[in-house]
Structures are given as C-alpha cells and as structure tokens.
Design a protein around this ligand. Structure first.
Ligand SMILES: Cc1cc2nc3c(=O)[nH]c(=O)nc-3n(C[C@H](O)[C@H](O)[C@H](O)COP(=O)(O)O)c2cc1C
Length: 170
C-alpha cells in the first residue's frame, strides 16, 4: 500500500536535481478544481533566489499547460521514484491536453493541496507560487548555437520562477 503524502521540512529533502529532473523527469501541473493540465518536463532547476527556496521551469509557448500556469497564481511539480515506469510520463509529454483527457489516459490522477493540483502517482511534490515569468528571446543568447539548436521553429520557452511553499512526500 502506498503511504499518503505528508508535508515535510525542506531540510529533510534528499534531492539530486540532475537526477530527479534530468533523468527521472517531473510533471508540471496547473489549474483549478474545475480543470487542470499537466506536462512532462526534464529541464529546470531548484535553488535560492530573492530570499526564498525556488524552482525554475521552462515552458514553451505552444504548451496547453502554459495557459493554466498563466491563468493562476500557482503550479506544482511532481517527482517520481527512479523505478517508476516512464510510459505514462512519455505519454503526458507527447500528447496535449487540448486534444484529450490525457491524465486519465495516462492512468494518472489529480489531487489538490491548498487548491493547487498535483499528480498523485508521484512520491515528492513541490507546491509553488509564481514569482516571475521571463520570456526567452533570441537576443539574450551569448552562445548563439543555443538559438540555432533549440528554437529554429520560434517556439521559445518562458522561464517561470516559483517559490516552493510546501514540499509533500510519501
Ligand atoms: C522527457 C520530456 C521532457 C520534456 N521537457 C519539457 C520542458 O522542459 N519544457 C517544455 O515546454 N516541454 C517539455 N516537454 C514537452 C511537453 O511535455 C509536451 O509538449 C506535452 O505534450 C505538452 O502538453 P500540453 O500541450 O498538454 O501542455 C518534454 C517532453 C518529454 C517527453
């Protein structure tokens, strides 16, 4: 049986960002009690900024999830055990919530903490409050290879900085 999520202190978190984000992947979830959406992400970071513990996420203009992030004050990041099957995460990172009920079709479910949606199948959740959004633009690159390599189609990322207001763990 799976334990239920409990709020934990930041000091107790064991978290290698390179593994947890880059290799195991995360789900970015936003929305409200009526409708939420989620997408897989493997780029981003955690750190300290403006006197707060924060996350940095990067969401391309075309993502349906971006509309939910933009329309609300909060979002969540759900992290998974390294042994968790990647099939659902691949699915949520390939189809759009615009086209179907993709959370259901990926055999996942939404739960809420303080009205912020997160994905219940994870084992660690960051509840985050939006602090800033910054559109990435061509002119910002010092290494011009990045623009050529990642943004040929003009589908730029927006970087959101979110304050981690609560960590939940099983
Ligand atoms: C492993 C993996 C990592 C991804 N990382 C990101 C990311 O960091 N930022 C992003 O905008 N899209 C990323 N994507 C793509 C989105 O998850 C994908 O476009 C998704 O279908 C968007 O769904 P939506 O339209 O319902 O928001 C990633 C996809 C995969 C499979």
């Amino acid at each position: 049986m799976q334990h239920s999520f409990q709020p934990i202190d930041t000091e107790l978190l064991e978290f290698n960002p390179f593994t947890k984000i880059g290799k195991d992947w995360m789900l970015i979830t936003a929305g409200d009690e009526k409708k939420a959406n989620t997408m897989t992400a493997s780029w981003g970071g955690v750190g300290v900024l403006w006197g707060k513990n924060v996350v940095y996420i990067f969401v391309r203009e075309s993502r349906y999830t971006k509309e939910f992030i933009d329309n609300g004050d909060s979002f969540s990041l759900t992290f998974f055990d390294k042994n968790f099957s990647k099939s659902g995460l691949k699915y949520l990172g390939a189809v759009s919530g615009r086209d179907e009920d993709k959370i259901k079709n990926a055999n996942m479910s939404v739960d809420y903490y303080d009205d912020v949606p997160y994905i219940d199948e994870g084992n660690v959740v960051f509840i985050c409050k939006k602090l800033s959004e910054t559109k990435i633009e061509k002119e910002q690159f010092i290494d011009s290879d990045i623009d050529e390599k990642w943004y040929k189609d003009g589908n730029y990322h927006t970087m959101y900085v979110g304050e981690i207001t609560q960590i939940l763990a099983r």
